[in-house]
Design a protein around this ligand. Structure first.
Ligand code: NI
Ligand code: MN
Length: 227
């Protein structure tokens, strides 16, 4: 599979058989991204939580591509109410085998509301995803603090690559993310959710220096790695 970083928490994966997956499609208003909301192609959209910098362009992208939204049940229900035809609701601790691989929804310590017309909608609990496909394991942590149960994820899964937020202010910062990385025992760790807004400005290379040698990897926006 090929994994590409698109700035903030946006990732895309193209599987060997051509299926396309998009994580947290925040494109409109994302100052870092290389994607265009009305051009991006995907079959599946995985959304970690309901904040606007994660749900982003989920609805129009899903509609235009006839893609399936995979998220917590409340976000799937929101997507359906907004005209998305294909959704697959999950909840924390559950896993499901999709045509592209197995997805486990795990908890994240954060919040999850979405503002519409001045009202905050409850969008379920925030989550992370552990994807197992083509013999590899990928963890997208969503927005989260550093929490002890990441050690359980590290025991239960042989994580090849973990995408961890380092921006601080809304999530854990570099020090905590380095401590989380240690407990996850991921072979490779890529920082996400930084430098999009002034309050989450961080030096990703400084974060990489907090990790054991050859574990941390800063992905440039638009950069692709093959797993
Ligand atoms: Ni958030
Ligand atoms: Mn966020």
């Amino acid at each position: 599979m090929k994994i590409t970083y698109h700035g903030h928490s946006v990732l895309s994966i193209v599987m060997d058989d051509g299926q396309k997956i998009l994580f947290d499609p925040f494109i409109t208003g994302n100052s870092l991204t290389d994607l265009t909301a009305d051009e991006v192609e995907t079959d599946w959209i995985l959304v970690t939580h309901g904040h606007s910098d994660h749900i982003g362009d989920m609805v129009p992208i899903a509609k235009r591509n006839d893609a399936t939204v995979i998220s917590i049940v409340e976000i799937c229900s929101f997507a359906e109410k907004n005209g998305v035809e294909r959704t697959h609701g999950m909840n924390i601790g559950g896993k499901f085998d999709f045509p592209f691989g197995r997805v486990k929804m795990v908890h994240a310590q954060h919040s999850s509301g979405y503002e519409v017309d001045g009202q905050t909608l409850y969008m379920g609990e925030p989550a992370g995803f552990i994807l197992q496909a083509e013999g590899k394991t990928i963890y997208h942590a969503g927005d989260t603090s550093n929490f002890g149960d990441m050690a359980l994820f590290g025991e239960a899964f042989d994580i090849d690559i973990a995408f961890l937020p380092i921006g601080d202010n809304f999530t854990m910062g570099p020090q905590e993310a380095a401590s989380a990385a240690k407990r996850l025992k991921a072979k490779q760790v890529v920082p996400i959710h930084y430098n999009t807004f002034p309050v989450i400005e961080q030096d990703p290379e400084a974060f990489v220096k907090l990790l054991p040698e050859n574990v941390g990897k800063v992905m440039a926006v638009g950069e692709t790695i093959e797993l």
